[in-house]
Design a protein around this ligand. Structure first.
Ligand code: DAH
Length: 322
């Protein structure tokens, strides 16, 4: 009977050596290890074996079974590798590597930072999830103040929100430092705005703040003039329009000449005494200016884009063009 086991072994090896595909291997496996396979058949024959030989017979069948299992496993791994590598035609030309490119908004943000640093501003940071206090109260926008209507806010809790502007970083910075200071903060802000050609619910802003003794509106004008010339070129002209912001007095909007007309790119003004009081600076002693830039607008002007949504749709054809 043990001879029978050797016969099956030999038969298996002959068939095994002819295998050339995963499919054939699987068929072979079923023929030998399957429910009605050769190994099961052998085990059934144990009844015909003399009782004293049954143990040896059983062991011989088991050894063969393990042998077959191992051979099939090894062969399967080899065949799988082979079939995978066959999918690569090494004679085909390679795929061209696509070199990455910076997003136009990131380029503008980096440029703003570079200009600000060149003008002596220090870069500071602040959180995008903000307390109502920093976003509104401390900036002289009390709860009943009508100017809160200017921002349709995305609240997270009663007192926390996604900041609607980068101005709260003014408060955070002044709370933590003694004047004089000259800081710049590039960041992201959120408003409950529709997503249309000129609005996005999340967009960029950059905030500048200078506090010192005897800072004047002329300093602000000169700084913004230098800033915009660096940004758009030496022939750039800017226009100051009287405006209103609760945290500056007087306040102004700044427009740059663009094509036929003028486009607003920033708000600015002299820091309001109430803001100084909120952070414990004496408004009799300290003066300052602040400004907030709109990088999305700036990028639209620089790259001649008329729909802000293009910046956020991640269409590679658009990014590649710029
Ligand atoms: N925070 C204002 C906004 O989001 C922009 C702004 C205006 C910032 C005047 C300033 C400023 O620092 O002085 O519309």
């Amino acid at each position: 009977m043990v001879k029978k086991v050797d016969e099956i072994r030999k038969k298996f090896k002959d068939e095994f050596n002819k295998i050339s595909s995963l499919k054939e291997l699987e068929d072979l496996r079923i023929r030998y290890l399957g429910k009605k396979g050769e190994i099961t058949n052998l085990l059934k024959k144990i009844k015909e074996v003399a009782p004293e030989d049954r143990k040896a017979f059983g062991q011989a069948v088991n050894t063969l079974k393990v042998e077959i299992q191992n051979l099939i496993k090894e062969a399967r791994e080899k065949l799988e590798k082979k079939e995978k590598s066959r999918k690569f035609d090494l004679t085909l030309p390679g795929k061209p590597l696509i070199a990455g490119k910076k997003h136009p908004l990131i380029k503008v943000m980096e440029e703003l930072v570079e200009i600000a640093v060149g003008l002596g501003f220090e870069i500071v940071d602040g959180p995008e999830i903000e307390w109502e206090y920093y976003n509104f109260e401390a900036l002289n926008i009390p709860e009943y103040h009508p100017s809160r209507d200017m921002w349709s806010t995305l609240f997270i809790t009663d007192k926390m929100l996604l900041r609607t502007h980068t101005s709260p970083v003014q408060i955070r910075t002044m709370e933590n430092r003694k004047p004089p200071l000259k800081v710049f903060h590039p960041g992201r802000v959120y408003r409950k705005d529709p997503f249309d050609a000129s609005h996005a619910p999340a967009f960029f802003q950059a905030e500048g703040l200078y506090v010192d003794k005897n800072v004047s509106f002329a300093d602000l004008k000169a700084t913004l003039e230098m800033f915009t010339r660096e940004l758009f070129g030496p022939q750039t002209r800017i226009r100051f329009l009287p405006s209103y912001f609760p945290f500056t007095e007087p306040s102004t909007e700044v427009l740059v000449n663009w094509g036929e007309g003028w486009l607003e790119i920033l708000g600015a003004g002299m820091v309001h005494p109430k803001v100084f009081e909120a952070v414990g600076y004496d408004p009799e002693e300290w003066t300052g200016y602040a400004f907030g830039l709109g990088p999305d607008r700036i990028a639209m002007i620089k790259y001649g884009i008329d729909d802000i949504r293009l910046f956020y749709e991640n269409d590679l054809r658009f990014i590649k063009e710029l």
